[in-house]
Design a protein. Structure first.
Lengths: 434, 85, 384
């Protein structure tokens, strides 16, 4: 089956939703595709009817979601994009079906993933990411009365701590690896939630009532078949805490696999865009975390600019430049403040697994000269995650850059790879309810 | 998707045992609620979800006969057959 | 900067590694030069199938001799090599191919290679995921599979443990190899009375005019499906595609890996320098595989890649001296480099050390192609 769009948007998080809505305002045929069951991405993941500390931007999420649902945008949820077999045609699969998506303009809003760094015991069940535990709570995980340690780095830690508290969890402590000195400039203006310029760090901490430690990180996760306790380094001193969950993540990394496959220029792990959010490939735009981690507000503005630019509405797009530039500058300063410390490179031992898909220990990997050599000889990065988890860790731990991207950019069914090149043409229009 | 107001829970089958979960619950969470890991790693370690966003592939289980399904991206549906390894 | 060795091997793939090992075992001080990493070329891209081939006497001699060398080496191979004597089944789709099965049985039996005919029922039992009905097959139980990059690394490690050790120069590109001198891109120079060109499909770059052509192949690897496949399965039509004309072809050829992943091949194309994945060929390859194993279509594919085999006009490799007294070839192995690597190293070392060989070197001598281009034009064939 082939769909044809004037503008196709990949990723239905905030940036993608904003891009799709704006691109379609004047009647262009717009498609919005995402591999999750519902729109919203990570930060606007629909919850199970609970009120929570996300209320401050719940209204924003509600408004944009409503704009999307009321628009003529074709929503394709649950579809996984894995290749571009022809110029200006993406191929996606869902439940054994294959769809070709032809576009004139493409907007990549593929978001970000967490960076995981290995430490002894990190593979135990109930050691999860920071965004991950929030996503799991929204997907029905009951945390009331559960003891949670939050560790890693970034503004997301604070937001998730608040979110978990509101869900009834006992947040034992929050360990941020950055030093107090690194964070001090933001004491009064640090956004508590990613991208939102709101209350300062001190105020949020005071209202949170969760022990907050800087210069702190996990040393070891312990347990039998699942997590039972965590050993933390808190200002250089080891401390053990019995707990049910360890939510640990070290910042976010842009998902640039699709952009790379399409030939878009990339620098420092993010897609390069001009003021119109256009990538180095004409007709392909990028918006949101794909262009660099910048948070919710920036994602929304970039999404709007990309959508308007793709729809030829330059003036309206231009009117948003100043706001975008200001948010982008703030995001850059934030990234610097939370920079990862070299001590984290010593966390994994030789027997600590680096590659979870293939169970490859760090010691086996670090003997090699390059990522390619390590892959070939230890098989790290050869599993289904295609090196997304271990590759990011190896980059930080060993300074290795990733390989070039090949299709399929996500595992796909053999039958999907066999779909004929010139896909059968139809101009079927589907408006799906998510 | 509208739920029938009378239908408060969704019943799935995990390794042959019925399990009731709230509507909107992901398969990964249903497996966790049953006290099980999603899978065994290639050296036999128990594993559960890490990223909860479809990237890490740690949450794979066989759902309705399809092996290696990423359960964090699947919502529980009535009668769904879930098998962990 | 110059350095001196008894032998320099160009190419740290499985053939180069085998040559380096045999030279080191023979007491030589050896250097190995590769532009990237150990086993990074066709060694990484191909299927690690160790198979006795019957398409010519010379091919059989080389593959069966080399297979016996692998059998002898097997006990010392580390787990990372994943050596598994799972056997091959040559699959017959019709009665014409069953006749070929019997012909192969006679050929192998007469030469001491164990083989058994499987009728339709036995084939279905041996491999339940093959579609029914097929006509049957030939099982060759002593064929093996393994993971070549780690095998190449092991051979080099073993070589390094010999008295003179091995100097491994990785990430270094040779730009000139002649008259006892190898010059590297960074200006370094290596002197040696013996230069072994084992650079596979890239061999003509350092030995212009030799009869080696690139023949592109594709492979797919799936996620883990333990028990899906027990043997290496090859359709009898494989021989037609591997040894027939120059046109693009695909054949059913699948391999079980130790983890339960399935390797799916194979394809052959000449006349393309493009190392990117050819989606049309991959689609054809999958269609062909699904004709034999329909369930393959529902497996999850993790990666697709391509590589270049080194092909010669008569399907036999180039092993031995060239017109330059310091340059020796160990290349042109097409799809049998993994199988015949050990014998290549042994035969070449025998020649260099003036020792008798277990099989004749003559069919593989580069001189058989003197005055012949890579595409086989103006060729005189010297049959064994």
């Amino acid at each position: 089956m082939t769909h044809r769009f004037q503008t196709l948007v990949v990723g239905s998080g905030p940036a993608g939703i904003a891009a799709a809505v704006c691109a379609g305002e004047r009647g262009a045929r717009v498609g919005l595709i995402d591999d999750n069951p519902s729109p919203g991405g990570q930060i606007w993941r629909s919850r199970r009817g609970q009120e929570g500390p996300d209320a401050s931007h719940d209204s924003e999420a509600t408004r944009w979601r409503a704009r999307l649902l009321n628009s003529a945008v074709t929503r394709l949820q649950g579809w996984s994009v894995f290749d571009q077999p022809l110029l200006r045609t993406l191929r996606a699969e869902r439940n054994g079906e294959v769809a070709d998506l032809r576009y004139e303009n493409l907007i990549l809003a593929t978001g970000a993933r967490e960076r995981f760094l290995p430490f002894p015991g990190w593979t135990l069940p109930n050691v999860v990411g920071v965004g991950a535990i929030q996503a799991m709570v929204k997907s029905g995980l009951p945390v009331s009365g559960k003891r949670v340690v939050i560790a890693g780095s970034g503004p997301l830690l604070l937001a998730v701590a608040a979110s978990l508290k509101a869900a009834g969890a006992t947040v034992l402590c929050l360990c941020e690896q950055a030093s107090l000195r690194q964070l001090a400039p933001f004491a009064f203006s640090l956004p508590a939630t990613p991208g939102k310029i709101g209350e300062g760090l001190r105020y949020r901490l005071a209202t949170l009532g969760v022990p907050f430690h800087t210069s702190s990180w996990p040393l070891e996760a312990g347990g039998d078949t699942q997590l039972r306790q965590v050993e933390l380094s808190i200002h250089g001193k080891p401390r053990q805490l019995a707990c049910d969950y360890l939510a640990c993540g070290f910042h976010l990394l842009p998902n640039i696999e699709l952009a790379s496959l399409l030939g878009c220029g990339v620098t420092n792990g993010a897609a390069i865009v001009d003021e119109w959010q256009q990538s180095t490939v004409p007709g392909i735009f990028c918006a949101g975390e794909t262009t660099g981690i910048g948070g919710l507000e920036l994602s929304l503005v970039e999404g709007q600019i990309a959508g308007l630019a793709a729809a030829g509405q330059q003036d309206r797009a231009r009117s948003l430049f100043a706001r975008r530039n200001k948010l982008a500058r703030f995001a850059a300063r934030l990234a610097k403040a939370f920079a990862l410390r070299p001590e984290l490179q010593s966390l994994p031992g030789d027997s600590t697994l680096l590659c979870r898909c293939e169970d490859v220990p760090f010691g086996a990997v670090r003997r090699h000269r390059s990522w390619r050599s390590a892959k070939l000889h230890t098989r790290c990065g050869m599993g289904p995650c295609q090196g997304r988890i271990c590759g990011a860790a190896a980059e930080f731990l060993l300074g290795w850059s990733a390989d070039s991207v090949r299709p399929p950019i996500l595992p796909a069914l053999i039958s999907s790879l066999a779909a004929p090149q010139a896909a059968h043409e139809t101009s079927l229009e589907i408006t799906e309810k998510a | 998707m509208r739920n029938n107001a009378a239908e408060r829970t969704v019943e799935v089958i995990i390794n042959g045992e019925p399990s009731k979960v709230e509507p909107g619950c992901s398969v990964a969470v249903a497996i966790a609620l049953a006290g099980l890991p999603c899978r065994a790693s290639i050296t036999g370690q128990p594993r559960g979800p890490l990223c909860a966003m479809g990237i890490c592939f740690e949450c794979r289980a066989t759902v309705n006969g399809v092996a290696h399904s990423r359960t964090c991206q699947l919502l529980c549906e009535p009668g769904m057959d879930i098998r962990t390894s | 900067m110059k350095s001196t060795y008894d032998a320099v091997v160009l190419g740290a793939g499985i053939v180069g590694a085998a040559c380096a090992l045999e030279c080191a075992l023979g007491g030589m001080r050896v250097a190995v030069v590769d532009q990237d990493t150990v086993g990074g070329g066709a060694t990484a891209a191909g299927m690690g199938h160790i198979v006795a081939m019957d398409d010519s006497e010379a091919q059989f001699a080389l593959t069966s001799y080399s297979q016996s060398l692998w059998n002898a080496l097997a006990p010392e191979l580390p787990a990372s090599v994943e050596y598994n004597r799972c056997g091959t089944i040559w699959v017959a789709a019709d009665q014409e191919e069953m006749a070929e099965v019997h012909r192969k049985l006679d050929f192998y039996s007469a030469r001491g290679i164990a083989a058994e005919v499987l009728d339709e029922a036995a084939l279905g039992e041996a491999e339940p995921n093959l579609r029914r009905p097929l006509a049957g097959g030939l099982r060759v139980p002593l064929d093996a599979v393994m993971y070549p990059p780690c095998a190449a690394a092991y051979l080099l490690e073993k070589a390094h443990k010999q008295k003179s050790g091995v100097e491994l120069m990785l990430g270094r590109t040779a730009t000139w190899a002649s008259q006892g001198r190898v010059i590297l891109q960074d200006g370094a120079e290596i002197q040696s009375p013996i230069i072994i060109n084992a650079t596979g499909a890239l061999a003509p770059a350092l030995a212009p005019g030799i009869a080696v052509r690139k023949r592109k192949g594709h492979l797919i690897i799936t996620d883990r499906y333990p028990g899906f496949l027990q043997h290496q399965l090859v359709e009898l039509g494989y021989l037609k595609s591997a040894h027939s004309s120059d046109s693009d072809s695909v054949a059913f050829n699948v391999q079980p890996r130790q983890t339960g992943q399935i390797l799916i091949g194979s394809s052959r194309q000449y006349d393309t320098e493009d190392s990117g994945v050819d989606r049309d060929i991959v689609a054809s390859m999958i269609e062909r595989a699904a004709m034999y194993m329909p369930q393959i279509a529902s497996l999850s594919a993790l990666r697709v890649w391509s590589g270049f085999r080194a092909a010669t006009p008569d399907k036999l490799p180039l092993i031995g001296p060239t017109e330059d007294p310091s340059v020796f070839l160990a290349t042109g192995h097409e799809g049998l480099g993994i199988t015949t690597s050990l014998a290549t190293g042994r035969l070449l070392a025998d020649h260099l050390l003036r020792r008798p060989s277990a099989i004749a070197l003559k069919p593989y001598l580069p001189s058989r192609f003197e005055g012949v281009a890579g595409d086989g034009s103006r060729m005189e064939m010297f049959h064994a």
